[in-house]
Write a protein that binds this ligand. Structure first.
Ligand SMILES: Cc1ncc(C[n+]2csc(CCOP(=O)(O)OP(=O)(O)O)c2C)c(N)n1
Ligand SMILES: [Mg+2]
Length: 326
């Protein structure tokens, strides 16, 4: 099914908002204005925008420390993202979790984790709960190429397939795990091929093309929602800013980075939208200006917000054993 023009425009809005947030955070951290840690997602926007477009509000998403784009796509308010990164009470985790630990169940974001490979087993648990309760919700989990070398990924993939759980395993293959290229950690070339071992479809898509990601994601979501079980969706992309913000990226060959930047998903999708007549240059300029303004407003509000009060110290530490969210 082709993606209609309204949805294409929505994809661009999301991608532009993700890039604007990344650009502003990067500038603020580099100048010392913002005191926070950050694992940049610049370059990987197309995947998160597709997730944002295709997941329903009641679907769930789990992500990693490199989750800025995923959080924006799933609708976590910018104020709550920036507030959390800056340790403010308005943050999604009330300023007590920081960049690595942003969760917002109201938006379906159940986990951001700094433990590589920790998302898939939690997603499998959530999907098992949904299946047992007869909900037609799907749980998507986003993780890196490096995560597919952890035992927890393989255990989760096996169990998800065995029990036909409504999960979509979304690998954002940015070709590096910290400073190590994938060919130094995997004998197989394609992450998607790992699906064969567990009896589920494994699909590799161009992760810089939002329409390609949408097309594959829709199939995977449909399969999961109708009881067909999980899919491993490998989205091939690249990480433009290094592992952590400030990483000098000395380990990335210059030609490789230049080629990746030439395939930047943003200008490429912009050309597609204008070339096919979906949007005019002026409309896209307006989208970009609106995104920058939203980011500025949210960041100013987060900077002006208070840190967690002392009373927050022991709240949210222990769960309520009688409360079981639907
Ligand atoms: C269990 C565990 N092992 C090692 C680390 C250290 N570490 C942090 S990020 C990272 C690389 C992960 O690479 P990938 O899964 O490809 O995700 P990316 O950072 O590229 O998005 C590693 C090894 C960790 N955080 N958790
Ligand atoms: Mg990686």
């Amino acid at each position: 099914m082709a993606t209609d023009s309204g949805s294409q425009r929505r994809l661009y809005e999301l991608m532009v908002l993700m890039k604007a947030a990344d650009d502003r955070l990067s500038k603020g951290i580099a100048t010392g204005e913002l005191l926070c840690v950050y694992w940049p997602s610049r370059g990987q926007e197309a995947i998160a925008a597709a997730l944002g477009l295709c997941l329903r509000p009641d679907d769930q998403l789990l992500t990693t420390y490199r989750g800025l784009h995923d959080l924006i796509g799933k609708g976590v308010p910018l104020l709550e993202i920036f507030g959390e990164m800056l340790g403010r009470q308005v943050g999604a985790s009330r300023g007590k979790g920081g960049t690595m630990h942003i969760a917002r169940p109201e938006s379906g974001v159940m986990l951001s984790t700094g433990i590589v490979g920790a998302g898939p087993p939690v997603a499998v648990g959530l999907a098992l709960a949904a299946k047992r309760r007869g909900l037609d919700r799907v749980t998507a989990v986003s993780f890196g190429d490096g995560a597919t070398n952890t035992g927890s990924f393989h255990e989760a993939a096996n169990m998800a397939a065995l029990w036909d759980l409504p999960v979509v395993l979304v690998c954002q293959n940015n070709q590096y795990a910290e400073m190590t290229p994938t060919e130094h950690t995997m004998k197989v070339e394609r992450v998607a091929d790992r699906a064969l071992a567990y009896g589920m479809p494994g699909v590799r898509v161009d992760g810089n093309d939002p329409l390609a990601v949408v097309a594959s994601l829709r199939q995977a979501l449909e399969r999961a929602r109708s009881g067909g079980g999980p899919t491993l969706l490998e989205c091939l992309t690249f990480r433009f800013r290094g592992h952590y913000f400030g990483d000098p990226m000395a380990y990335i060959p210059k030609e490789q980075l230049a080629a990746a930047q030439a395939a930047d998903p943003l200008p490429r999708f912009r050309s597609h939208l204008t070339g096919t007549g979906v949007c005019t240059e002026g409309e896209l300029d307006d989208i970009e200006a609106a995104a920058s303004a939203r980011v500025e407003d949210a960041l100013a509000a987060a900077l002006a917000a208070a840190p967690p009060s002392i009373d927050e110290l022991d709240s949210d530490v222990y769960g309520d054993p009688t409360h079981c969210p639907a």
